[in-house]
Design a protein around this ligand. Structure first.
Ligand code: MG
Length: 384
């Protein structure tokens, strides 16, 4: 391929990501960081770039270095304080690495769902017309603050990549730097230098990861994440003079379960399943029976604390399925209330909580009414 046909890419990964509340480029989707997803898309495109410069910040530098170590075409560079400064630094890094002729596609790493097809269209646009900017037509009605609808015909939403003749965009950015005018996108800088816009086909999937609320969309687009599965089991002795509590429901019976808390064997099994799915230890580690705070406590309180702990770790319960093994009494009438208690405490729909009961056909200690056992499985999903 002649030098004139060279394709270069700039990935912008130096933004602060302040609207996300954390470094969004450190998240993974389908096991890949946004930078890796972008590099994959570019390298899978019709004309893979001979060089990809990643404009990185302190937070993203390590990931840029790791990608560069895997592929010689990838070069890390230090980004600047603004988007414009980062683009210019990356373009200069390209020039330093021998870029002269050809086209450069400039892309925000936060648009990590970009497809090779969208990249191909932008690069082709730049090769044929000097510039190719991924854009999609407005599909929603737009109104101003007073409620007046604005005409949307002929309006487009700008995306990236925005691809240009390398020399033209470098000159435009150098002029913008001198003038102290860095716009929010590359096309504005390019047009300021007297060039014309040319749009290419973007994609509704090519969204910019910006807010926490965007995460489910990005996760789903990358095939989602497998739920984590947990298992819990518990047994408590049946003795006279104790209340029988299962799933937070008090049940009239001549014996009750023995334990430090209310000895709610069903809720304990559910707690252990949830903690297990998150690999956070077991109920004894979190709520030790040597702690006076837990004497006689409703186990639903412990379940509530467990749910809060999981949420703090970024998990939400998906569903719970539990079985209580008890010879007597008949538990069927109490099961709807148990499901409601557990669901409400976990903050999930009742339809996601299953409680079943079985006898052990008079066998074992459960059958001899010496004890009750509960077993539970659950799934945990990554929360938002
Ligand atoms: Mg227990």
């Amino acid at each position: 391929m002649s030098a004139a046909g060279n394709v270069y890419a700039v990935l912008l990964a130096a933004g602060a990501g302040t609207r996300m509340g954390e470094n969004k480029l450190a998240l993974t989707f389908g096991g890949k960081t946004p930078l890796r997803l972008c590099c994959d898309a570019f390298l899978q495109s019709e004309r893979p770039p001979c060089t990809i410069v990643i404009a990185a910040s302190e937070e993203t530098r390590a990931e840029a270095d790791a990608l560069a170590a895997e592929d010689a075409r990838i070069i890390p560079a230090n980004g600047g304080a603004t988007r414009g400064a980062s683009v210019l630094a990356a373009l200069r890094a390209l020039r330093k690495n021998g870029a002269e002729e050809g086209v450069v596609a400039i892309h925000d790493a936060a648009r990590c769902l970009v497809s090779p097809r969208v990249i191909d269209a932008a690069v082709r646009g730049a090769m044929e017309q000097g510039c190719g900017v991924a854009a999609i037509p407005m599909r929603d009605t737009v109104r101003n603050g007073a409620g007046a609808a604005l005409p949307r015909d002929g309006l487009f939403l700008m995306q990236t990549p925005q691809a240009f003749c390398f020399r033209s965009i470098l000159a435009a950015y150098e002029a913008a730097e001198v003038a102290g005018l860095f716009a929010t996108d590359d096309l504005a800088v390019y047009m300021e230098a007297g060039h014309e816009a040319h749009f290419t086909e973007g994609s509704i999937m090519n969204q910019k990861l910006t807010y926490r609320e965007d995460l489910p969309f990005f996760r789903a687009a990358c095939g989602g994440e497998a739920p984590r599965i947990g298992f819990g089991e518990d047994t408590h002795a049946l003795v006279a003079g104790r209340n029988l509590v299962l799933g937070g429901v008090s049940i009239l019976h001549e014996t009750g379960l023995l334990g430090h808390s209310d000895a709610d064997v069903l809720t304990h099994a559910v707690i252990d399943a949830l903690l297990g799915a998150a690999a956070l230890g077991d109920i004894g580690a979190h709520f030790p029976d040597t702690d006076e705070r837990y004497r006689g406590i409703s186990s639903l309180m412990l379940l509530r604390e467990t749910a809060a702990l999981l949420r703090a770790e970024g998990f939400v319960p998906g569903n719970v399925d539990a079985t209580v093994i008890a010879q007597r009494p008949k538990l069927a009438p109490y099961i709807p209330a148990m499901r409601e208690n557990i669901a409400e405490t976990l903050g999930i729909p009742v339809s996601c909580v299953s409680v079943k009961a079985t006898t052990s056909e008079r066998m074992n200690d459960e059958g001899a009414e010496k004890c009750m056992t509960a077993r539970a499985v659950c799934t945990l999903l990554r929360g938002v």
